[in-house]
Design a protein around this ligand. Sequence first.
Ligand code: 5GP
Ligand code: MG
Length: 174
Amino acid sequence: MRVLITTEQIQARLTELAQEIGPQYRDRPLTIVGVLTGSLMFLADLVRRLDIPLRIALIQASSYRGKATTPGALHLGSEVLADVRGRHVLLLDDILDTGQTLHHLIKHLEEQGALSVKVGVLLRKEGRQVHTVRVDYVGFSIPNEFVVGYGLDFNDEYRQLPYVVVLPAEMYAS
Ligand code: 5GP
Ligand code: MG
């Protein structure tokens, strides 16, 4: 598997992002909301670099893409999300692809009474966005290839890799 982004590149970029993000939320009530499951590594490594008070919450969102399911439907987990009313939200996801997941989650969090909703993604795929999503913090822009590692999965595997690799087509075309 071809390594697209190394462990060192990821960690260095997170340090830069934390330096950008931290000052934005000094003296503002911040809740970082991670989208399960892909954002776990990104969230864990980023928050350890932020020396400001914050809360962490997780939200589950899955889009059904297969032919057998409604195209474009987004399912939000019914588990309780931490109360974001009166708080600034930084929503984190592993990757911005079409934008449908984040588009819906932003709307949802705003409806829940968040004071502001900003978005951070580890990866942004070039030329794929269908829904307009204003992303405030981007780790890396990548070409339109299927990647795994550092939270990103294929069949729930490979998430634990500390780097991002391109999954060869023969490994998922079957
Ligand atoms: P969107 O809603 O922006 O189309 O899709 C976002 C979700 O699709 C991500 O959270 C991720 O779960 C999945 N996704 C999109 N591109 C990739 C990719 O290259 N690799 C993996 N593992 N997941 C992807
Ligand atoms: Mg995801």
